[in-house]
Design a protein around this ligand. Structure first.
Ligand SMILES: [Zn+2]
Ligand SMILES: [Zn+2]
Length: 155
């Protein structure tokens, strides 16, 4: 599976400034942390990473700023039992490993154009105005696959 190669890191500060947001330490650091990982972390994981740089930041502050980044479309929230967050705003889908729970980005064009045709068909048959759609893939990641194929005990 081909995964998206991340855009070269941009200056989070200038992006936020361009959006006219009040730039606070935690918000900038949270966005930088999110952009520095492809692991789609939960708020708790973001909190843990942010605390390396801002030891006194609270989980509540992280939550609040994550919601704000999502509202400003600088980050996306992946719904689930534990919401996970993603700073990759390019159109893409997700693969979730059913064994270890890791989430991997799947390039959007890879899943089209069948999905696009489906969308058009649904829209014309139901009259629903579809603005976007999400495709979720499930299975085993390369690590979990290789783990399974490993012999149980060496001779
Ligand atoms: Zn896995
Ligand atoms: Zn993603």
């Amino acid at each position: 599976m081909r995964t998206i190669t991340r855009n070269s890191p941009t200056d989070s500060g200038s992006v936020l400034r361009a959006l006219g947001l009040r730039l606070t330490g935690p918000r900038r650091v949270i966005l930088e942390v999110l952009r520095g990982t492809e692991s789609h972390p939960t708020a708790e994981e973001v909190h843990r990473l942010v605390r390396r740089r801002l030891p006194r930041v609270s989980l509540g502050t992280v939550y609040r700023n994550l919601r704000l980044l999502v509202a400003q479309r600088l980050a996306a929230e992946i719904p689930g039992p534990h919401s996970r967050f993603d700073a990759n705003m390019d159109a893409h889908h997700h693969f979730t490993c059913v064994r270890c729970g890791c989430i991997v980005d799947v390039d959007g064009p890879l899943a089209e154009p069948q999905a696009e045709a489906l969308r058009v068909r649904i829209a014309s048959r139901t009259g629903l105005a579809i603005t976007h759609h999400r495709i979720e893939f499930f299975g085993r990641c390369p690590q979990c696959r290789s783990g399974k194929s490993r012999p149980r005990r060496s001779p």
